[in-house]
Ligand binder design. Sequence first.
Ligand SMILES: *Cc1c(COP(=O)(O)O)cnc(C)c1O
Length: 450
Amino acid sequence: MTGPSRGPALPQERRLVTEIPGPRSRELMARKQAAVAQGVGTVMPVFAARAGGGVLQDVDGNSFIDLGSGIAVTTVGNSAEAVVRRAAAQLERFTHTCAMVTPYEGYVEVCEELARLTPGDHEKRSVLLNSGAEAVENAVKIARVYTGRQAVVVFDHAYHGRTNLTMALTAKNMPYKHGFGPFAPEVHRVPVAYPFRWPTGPDNCAEEAAAQVIDQITKQVGADNVAAIVVEPILGEGGFIEPAKGFLPRVERFARDNGIVLVADEIQSGFCRTGRWFACEDEGVVPDLITTAKGIAGGLPLAAVTGRAEMMDAVHSGGLGGTYGGNPVACAAALGAIETMRELDLNARARRIEEIMKGRLTALQEKFGVIGEVRGRGAMLAVELVRPGTKEPDPESTAAVARHCHRSGVLVLTTGTYGNVVRFLPPLVIGEDLLNEGLDVLAEAFAGLG
Ligand SMILES: *Cc1c(COP(=O)(O)O)cnc(C)c1O
């Protein structure tokens, strides 16, 4: 299934016609090196020419199976029909007014959708922004004004962005923070319930981790100094860690009992990615504020903070915003993406992808001792690689698996604090044959580890 298509459909196939990278990509890479800052890395050294459905075609005519969605962004597929139709129509009408100067209907409509789709039936408000990091920063601003407190609590393995405050909130030094300090103050890090690596094993992980979180906050920070607890319901860059069941509800209860704003960072896990509109729904968690971006607008830059009206409205007029925040073309694209998610029932598609992939990944785990754990939900899945028989991370095999996939025409991404997780984020409109072919290549990659 590729969804409603536009123009001559991109053939949904894996096809390599040159070595990888091909000559045209190599030529462009030389230009990139001469013109683009080296700090902007490259996962797979081919240049994109077209993309749609479940494939990405490069400038040499090679066609890759896309298991990354541009990091969980093109959930509805690249250049999805409704996204293009609505964004193009908006481009013709006007490209910008600045929502703070003269507002437009698309901005309001996106906020209305966010109020409908996010967890909880309380009254909500939203602010639209350009990037995930900006959304997280704004959530912290709002929580601080609302509570009159300053401290922010974040978790081990967390990732929240690359701006100064969000670097402080992010756990991993290299490459995100190294050399970029000093970082914003009043950020406190606590353990997360990571079942695979919990010292006493997975069974009491939720309880023990929550107890440690509460103990550290009350003893080291003081609960009544804490403005916000910011948590990813499934930790993305940290390695697709699913906190042990029961952990998030305990954190939610503690936040509520202590007047702390609970912020769910659903930038990667939101918008059908995990088979729900938002991952925190799985445990019935209702965050006070929720940050969204990535999958929201089919590839156009848009982000949001959505939350309880009394919290959002605590901020004085003019205190939130930005020149481009909620750009009208990005809003139109978001409405097209949301329309596609509803029409194609992409939550059901994500659950079907989980069914197919979990079965096959689990079979690989039984065969290859290097796979320590298969985890994730919906179409946000991962395998964590270890030295067989141990829990020692194996980043070298992880890189080798990714390299084999890339050279064989399958775009996969790696992640994790220890760089030892292969993650899968296929567009939800990918065809099942293509998905299975991608998994065949993955199996070859593991077989070739030797
Ligand atoms: C990607 C990501 C961000 C940052 O989003 P940008 O748009 O890159 O600024 C923040 N939080 C999570 C969970 C993310 O996955």
